[in-house]
Design a protein around this ligand. Structure first.
Ligand code: SF4
Ligand code: SF4
Length: 345
């Protein structure tokens, strides 16, 4: 397996050259935040960040996606025939993804690729994507990956990983897919034992800095109806303004809505990310809404992540501990505290 050392500058240059074979996404500083953007000759990647504001989920699961299309022109021979819209499955690499966000794809995969249902677009795009992680040497106080099956340098869900060693990056392949991608990077020197030791120490030090946790050990044993009827939901939901920030930023939220749109003589069936925090999400055509109250929607978000997913997939909680919802909720609703209430109820 490839293990190489690059200077920061050489690493970025070699990524730009690899852009002929892959569509590459890198973190870019935008104002006070970082987000993933496609790499081209003008892009200025910045790997000095704690985490991106938005996760990289849209690289595999676009915020809006044309699923099907059809011609509405009454004169056209193909009028009204629904055809699959063209999709982009170009090999792609997400460089600089944090290990928690890589784990998120594996949490979400349980929904999009299981024995009952298979979403061919999500699956094919995920399979075309190489995850090149950036180990997290300074986790935020709001991060809690180690308590939900991850870790700041966890390799399990990555294809390759970067260790920041001063002015250099140690780049290590983890899977054959990661090795194929790294083989396209020119330059760099073979990593020596001293750098490998430094990388190991960095990973150990980072894990020791993680103190925040999400309690979940008793969730599986709870009865769904007991948690559903628990009295604490009133308090949990009280301050929520249903802005949807938590679900929009969350790398493990997958809900979508499907809409038909007509432009001229072309009709598109589009799927868009949606949020259970919006009353419209469950509004039925009859006007009935099974989750018309805020309490019901807030409860749904936490019950889905911390109980329904747990029971259905036996794969831990539907959360990778990235801490985004904790950091960006305008009224400080904290999933760690809610998990604590549920776990101890
Ligand atoms: S970010 Fe906070 S206020 Fe906004 S919907 Fe989520 S829990 Fe409610
Ligand atoms: S629930 Fe919150 S902490 Fe967990 S993955 Fe989603 S945004 Fe991150």
């Amino acid at each position: 397996m490839i293990k190489k050392l690059f200077t920061r500058k050489d690493f970025i240059e070699s990524l730009k050259k690899a852009g002929d074979s892959y569509k590459i996404f890198v973190p870019v500083k935008e104002g006070d935040f970082h987000n993933f953007r496609p790499l081209d000759q003008e892009t200025r990647p910045s790997l000095d960040f704690q985490n991106t504001r938005l996760s990289a989920k849209s690289v595999v699961y676009p915020q809006s996606e044309r699923m099907f299309e059809c011609i509405t022109d009454p004169e056209a021979p193909e009028k009204g025939v629904l055809k699959e819209a063209e999709k982009d499955y170009t090999p792609r690499a997400i460089v600089g993804i944090r290990p928690c966000d890589a784990q998120s794809f594996h949490i979400v995969k349980k929904n999009f690729d299981n024995a009952e249902y298979r979403d061919p677009w999500w699956v094919r795009r995920f399979e075309s994507t190489v995850l090149v992680g950036l180990g997290c040497s300074e986790p935020c106080p709001t991060c809690f990956c180690t308590s939900v099956g991850g870790g700041p340098f966890q390799e399990e869900f990555l294809d390759a990983i970067l260790y920041e060693l001063g002015d250099e990056y140690l780049v290590k392949a983890i899977t054959p897919k990661g090795g194929d991608f790294l083989s396209k990077l020119t330059g760099g020197a073979d990593a020596d034992d001293a750098s490998m030791k430094k990388a190991g120490a960095l990973a150990t030090g980072a894990a020791e800095k993680m103190t925040s946790t999400l309690p979940s050990d008793k969730l599986k044993d709870k009865k769904v109806n007991d948690l559903f009827k628990a009295p604490f939901w009133e308090d949990v939901a009280f301050s929520c303004i249903n802005c949807g920030t938590c679900t929009f930023l969350c790398p493990t939220c997958w809900c979508f809505d499907i809409q038909d749109e007509v432009h001229g003589k072309q009709a598109d069936r589009i799927r868009n990310w949606d949020t259970c925090m919006s009353p419209l999400f469950t509004l039925e055509g009859s006007g009935h809404n099974p989750r018309e109250k805020k309490l019901q929607r807030v409860r749904q978000r936490f019950m889905h992540k911390l109980k329904y997913y747990v029971d259905k997939y036996d794969n831990g909680v539907q959360c990778s501990g990235c801490g985004r919802c904790v950091r960006y909720c305008p009224v400080n609703i904290d999933i760690r505290k809610v998990a604590g209430l549920m776990n101890e109820f």
